[in-house]
Design a protein around this ligand. Structure first.
Ligand code: SF4
Length: 265
């Protein structure tokens, strides 16, 4: 119970101090997660998951594996969120299966289904493919799942994934094209806070898939030629660089902004 008597030391609105054991456990786990993340080799290919970002220069930095700006590494909390999101796929896949869907998520050898193009310099891995199920829809259908925080989840429910999260829509279109799954994809979003589930069908957008594929080619070709692709912004203060909402679209802060604007080689 809160002691509100004068002299109790309680400050309304103040965050309660964390007990030493909480600090110690979090510190141990966080440093292990950070070390594991640093030890992972940077990707050496254009990933379909980020191709829908606005800025080609940013995608190129990512492809080239250039170090992020100082202090722009993912903090431990974000690493935990990423891992929880990844594992949420297995949870949701299990729910599909007990509901009677035939959902394929991996090959016989345990590897994810996916595609490779441009000699392995452009790749994508799908969450799964629904082959049949108790719900009337066209099979086989690509399955793509995301675990989202409450406000992102509500935005996706309200506006649909293609408008609320075009980066995901681009990823879906690419998978449909490269894995030859032209039926509408089933996109599911799990609310990380409430465990509510949203599902929607995403028709195949061939133009979007072609655009994204062309972007991948542009990133690889320019990098091979030692050329920089254009920045999407005219100045560093643009929302796409510093992060935030612009024209109803969310942009994560760019982790190469210092490099990009010439303050780092
Ligand atoms: S800082 Fe802005 S212009 Fe530069 S790569 Fe990042 S998003 Fe693109």
């Amino acid at each position: 119970m809160i002691d509100l008597n004068h002299g109790s030391g309680w400050l309304y609105g103040a965050v309660a101090p964390r007990p030493p054991i909480a600090e110690a456990v979090s510190a141990a786990i966080d440093s292990a997660l950070t070390a594991r993340n640093r030890s992972e080799r940077p990707r050496s290919y254009v990933s379909s998951s980020g191709l829908g970002r606005d800025c080609l220069r940013q995608i190129q930095y990512d492809f080239l594996g250039l170090p992020k700006d100082e202090g722009q590494e993912f903090p431990p909390k974000t690493l935990r969120i990423f891992e929880a999101g990844h594992r949420a796929e297995d949870i949701v896949a299990g729910w599909f299966r007990i509901a009677g869907f035939d959902l394929r998520t991996a090959r016989a050898d345990g590897r994810q289904f996916g595609f490779e193009a441009l000699g392995g310099r452009f790749k994508g891995h799908i969450d799964g493919c629904l082959v049949s199920g108790p719900v009337a829809m066209d099979y086989p259908a690509l399955w793509e799942n995301k675990a989202l925080g409450a406000s992102s989840w509500k935005d996706v429910v309200k506006r649909g994934v293609s408008i609320a999260r075009p980066v995901y829509a681009a990823q879906i279109a690419l998978y449909q094209a490269y894995l030859d799954l032209p039926n509408p994809a089933l996109f599911t979003a799990l609310n990380r806070d409430t465990m509510e589930m949203h599902s929607e069908l995403v028709p195949f957008d061939a133009h979007l898939a072609q655009d994204m594929s062309d972007r991948a080619v542009a990133v690889v070709r320019a990098s091979e030629a030692g050329e920089w692709l254009p920045r999407t912004a005219a100045e560093r203060t643009a929302v796409v660089c510093r992060g935030g909402m612009a024209a109803g679209k969310w942009h994560a802060p760019c982790t190469w902004a210092i490099r990009c604007w010439g303050e780092q080689p």
